[in-house]
Design a protein around this ligand. Structure first.
Ligand code: PRP
Length: 220
């Protein structure tokens, strides 16, 4: 495929748990850039030959870069994508970064029914998803938006419960919290700006197909 100048592709990668897995998937389909490290102080890493720019972004900002076209494509967890409500094209479930969003409470303060927690405080990084869930259960809650270490909420008396992501369950166990409601499953997604997807269809579609083939190969 001939790559013209306007075929430069800008890719937003999230810092954190998905960074290394995303980078190695791009590498496996032939897209790499020297110096692409999570802790790089340089935030845009370019490969002139392949006409690719990587943006190293805060996780929650990836959908913003992609929706506004500052990045053509990006990798983001389905949980963060849903919470952002941003309008992007979801191209592919990458299968890694599997986790789920749930409600947890201190084991020592476990109440009999979910509805026994109505009108209490929930600490969460996901207030929109939490509200959608509780509203669906017919419950009104008070939401306390936090930016990390959500498990602290009930321990320090900030909230009665949390809504957060669980991957291995270690953080819940170590903080004597128990899951009482499953809200949604999540995994990493490849997303695209809607305009970029039309304008750079061959390249983006080709890349998604190559990733799909690579993921299928890994499953064998
Ligand atoms: C996430 C999540 C939990 C933890 C769950 O936090 O918010 O705290 O991972 O993982 P586990 O089930 O494997 O223990 P993250 O590490 O992203 O950092 P944060 O607390 O700053 O959000």
């Amino acid at each position: 495929m001939v790559i013209r100048d306007n075929d430069w592709l800008t890719i937003a990668l999230p810092k954190g748990k998905l960074f290394g897995l995303s980078r190695s998937l791009f590498e496996a389909v032939g897209i790499e850039a020297e110096g692409l490290e999570e802790d790089s102080r340089k935030l845009v890493i370019t490969n002139e030959e392949k006409k690719v720019k990587f943006i190293i972004a805060k996780t929650a900002d990836v959908p913003t870069y992609v929706e506004y076209g500052a990045a053509d494509i990006g990798v983001i967890g389905k949980d963060v994508l849903e919470e952002s409500g941003q309008d992007v094209y979801e191209l592919l479930d990458l299968g890694f970064g599997r986790c789920h969003l749930m409600m947890a409470v201190p084991a020592a303060d476990r109440r009999e029914n979910l509805h026994d927690y109505a009108h209490t405080r929930v600490a969460t990084k996901f207030p929109h998803l939490a509200e959608k869930f509780f509203t669906g259960c017919g419950m009104q809650m008070e939401y306390i938006k936090m930016n990390g270490s959500i498990e602290l909420g009930p321990i320090v008396g900030l909230s009665e419960s949390i809504v957060d992501i669980v991957e291995t369950g270690t953080t819940l166990r170590e903080n004597n919290l128990v899951e009482i409601a499953h809200i949604m499953d999540a995994s990493a997604r490849l997303i695209a700006n809607r305009g970029s997807f039309r304008l750079k269809f061959d390249r983006i579609h080709g890349l998604a197909e190559a990733m799909k083939a690579e993921l299928a190969k890994r499953q064998k």
